[in-house]
Design a protein around this ligand. Structure first.
Ligand SMILES: [Zn+2]
Ligand SMILES: [Zn+2]
Length: 325
């Protein structure tokens, strides 16, 4: 399912099965999660520099073939996951200081290189990870971005006990489970009147769920904003206690309205979280089955990719959506 240009739906195309180059794996895709970032790519809010491009950066696949010079322990037949971070230069100041997520030359799966909305995909073996055995393919797929980047955002919250999650989609539904297992309290914020999502959040352990405009019953220690809505930043700042952090977890957000300095005063912090490092994946993927994280998944056939993306845009499912080639 190929992206050709902004404003057009993905198009089903037949292509030759690709051949892995040195260092690459040929993967047979079993499942690929869809992500809000895919909507931003479709809409041109995040640019695809060289279309046509196969989107999809939450791949669960088995290794069919291995290119020359494989430096990893991955073997043919292994089940692996492929995340958004697809390649880094390894030599820049960010890569050399454990911040490869900020590499200026990074290539992202399903954006700079072809991704997993396909039957086959290529991936750099060094950026593929074993999938915990207990997860079926479709339950594992949302771990690869919703889980990984959500977990990175949670780490930016430090020891915060009361955590607000603004936008209760794929990432938040995973994080709520992680937070509960760590003894933290989750406060879920949704669109006003979205009783269904608020009930879903409570089922997953949220101690409170309400509208984004509502004040939580207790001041929060931190908040993570997953919805791409800039006006949530001052709302979240108003909900966090002195010293609290507001983390913006998405790749794109509408403009943040101006707000009085007093909302930031008392050492409140606003920050973004960008991409992921391989260290994040090595930490989170083994952790997920120990929580245990159960992902709630709505599955679509690969050729239903446009329908799945429209359903994500309209909020027609709870949890995560996954394409099954
Ligand atoms: Zn994503
Ligand atoms: Zn780099």
């Amino acid at each position: 399912m190929v992206f050709e240009q902004v404003g057009s739906p993905l198009r089903a195309v037949e292509r030759e099965t690709p051949t892995p180059r040195p260092g690459q794996l040929l993967l047979r895709v079993h499942a690929c999660g869809i992500c809000r970032t895919d909507l931003h790519l479709l809409d041109g809010e995040v640019e695809i520099k060289q279309p046509p491009r196969i989107l999809g950066h939450q791949i669960v696949a088995t290794v069919e073939d291995i290119g020359a010079g494989n430096e990893t322990a991955i073997e043919a037949g292994d089940r692996v996951g492929v995340p958004w971070l697809g390649w880094t230069d390894g030599t820049c100041a960010w890569c050399r200081s454990g911040r490869e997520n900020l590499c200026p030359n990074a290539r992202f799966t399903g954006c700079d290189v072809d991704g997993g909305f396909a039957e086959y995909a290529l991936a750099d073996a060094r950026f593929c990870f074993p999938i915990p055995e207990v997860y079926p393919d479709e339950q594992a797929a949302p771990l690869m971005c919703a889980g990984l980047i959500g977990y990175r955002a949670l780490r930016m919250c430090g020891e915060a006990h009361r955590i607000g999650l603004y936008g209760f989609g794929a990432s938040a539904h995973i994080l709520a489970q992680v937070c509960s297992s760590q003894g933290r309290e989750v406060y879920a914020f949704t669109r006003a009147g979205d009783q269904k999502t608020q009930a879903f959040a409570r089922e997953l352990g949220a101690v409170w769920a309400g509208a984004s405009e509502d004040a939580p019953p207790e001041p929060l220690d931190a908040a993570i904003i997953f919805a791409p809505v800039g006006s949530l930043v001052p709302l979240a700042l108003a909900a966090v206690a002195p010293g609290g952090t507001v983390v913006c977890g998405g790749i794109y957000m509408s403009d943040i309205p101006s707000f009085p300095y007093s909302e930031l005063w008392q050492e409140r912090t606003v920050r973004s979280v960008a991409n992921l490092t391989r260290a994040d994946a090595r930490e989170f993927l083994p952790l997920a089955p120990r929580v245990p994280v159960h992902t709630h998944v709505t599955s679509y056939r690969l050729e239903q990719a446009n329908e799945a993306l429209a359903d994500l845009r309209a909020g027609r499912f709870s949890g995560a959506a996954v394409l099954l080639p």
